[in-house]
Write a protein that binds this ligand. Structure first.
Ligand SMILES: [Zn+2]
Length: 336
């Protein structure tokens, strides 16, 4: 992995300055995309700063991204006592690994999280241990870990709850399990809002340099019905755009949501057929969807494979298939 050595121009508060490495891009009224440069890769992990009298950061990225993130916020003029809140769409380490560090750096910020994720932010040991099983040596080599956040800094979000950004803008939470049971979308609404819905990983992963949209179906929580229901809930929000954590703004939400549903169903179909016939799910997915990556350069494939690999998706699908139909394992699968 190489560290990004590019410089980006950023226009904030009327001034123009050149910052090393850090990239912040306006994507809508009051919304800045911050490239948190996981592994030094550009356009793989995004955080979003929602600006206003009470600015809120959406996603910290991994712990290894914290120096990049803090430099970006400093460059944007967000001082230690300026940030009102930090909210994570879910507690996977590529989204929330930096929360403990960010909470320390911004002592006035409230930490917002789904009720099913809150205890892990306060006491991350179990989460980090299970991440170590999934990521192996990537945990230390790429992601880092997760520092505890004092429990009294944590605010548990209910579905439909509103986080105030200013007199005419707020974030509304959209409970959206499926990718993870502790997943929330955040819709930036109000006269001063952008209309953008921060979609986390619920819609899938589409790297600007990495080809098509792919579903993200990791263990241990992936659930098809919940995932589809969450896509429907996003559709009902009629957002002006979807901001993916991996990566960036998509300006035609309904097309992307259609694509997400279709892609997810195809992946599940292939996985289920393999599962029923006792074949390896990862191999079946590889074989079926390898063509999607044909035109994607090797360097970009590596990003996608690391972040949203076929093996991780296969493991999540396998777990879901195994647990879904009690007493109807692969050996009995003769229907259809
Ligand atoms: Zn993710």
């Amino acid at each position: 992995m190489t560290l990004a050595s590019t410089t980006q121009q950023s226009q904030v508060g009327g001034g123009t300055a050149t910052f090393p490495v850090v990239s912040a891009t306006p994507i809508g009224p009051g919304v800045l995309e911050i490239d948190t440069l996981l592994g030094g890769w550009s356009r793989v992990t995004a955080g979003y700063l929602v600006e206003g009298p009470s600015p809120v950061l959406v996603e910290t990225g991994s712990q290894s991204s914290v120096p990049t993130l803090l430099a970006a916020l400093a460059d944007l003029g967000v001082g230690p006592h300026d940030l009102a809140g930090v909210v994570v769409t879910h507690i996977h380490l590529d989204h929330a690994g930096g929360v403990g560090d960010v909470a320390r750096a911004f002592p006035d910020a409230t930490v917002y999280v789904h009720e099913k994720g809150a205890r892990h932010l306060a006491d991350p040991e179990r989460l980090v241990r299970s991440a170590a099983q999934v990521y192996g040596d990537l945990l230390d080599r790429l992601y880092g870990r997760l520092d505890a956040t004092p429990a009294d800094r944590i605010h548990v979000l209910a579905d439909g709850e509103r986080i105030r950004i200013g007199p005419d803008s707020e974030l509304v939470t959209v409970d959206s399990p499926g990718h993870a049971k502790h997943h929330l979308g955040l819709h930036h609404v109000g006269d001063g809002g952008s209309g953008i819905l921060f979609a986390g990983d619920a819609v899938g992963v589409r790297l600007p340099d990495g080809g098509l949209l792919r579903p993200a179906t990791p263990p241990p929580d992936f659930d098809l019905d919940m995932a589809l229901h969450s896509l429907e809930r996003f559709r009902q929000r009629e957002a002006s755009g979807l901001a993916l954590a991996h990566y960036g703004l998509i300006e035609n939400p309904s097309d992307l949501l259609d694509e997400a549903e279709g892609t997810l169903r195809r992946w599940v179909e292939v996985a289920e057929a393999a599962w029923r016939s006792g074949q390896d799910i990862a191999a079946a997915l590889e074989q079926h969807f390898a063509a999607d990556l044909e035109d994607v350069p090797e360097a970009h494939r590596e990003k996608l494979e690391t972040l949203n690999g076929v093996h991780s998706n296969a493991a999540g699908l396998q777990r879901w298939l195994d647990h879904r139909t009690t007493g109807q394992g692969p050996a009995h699968g003769h229907d259809h």
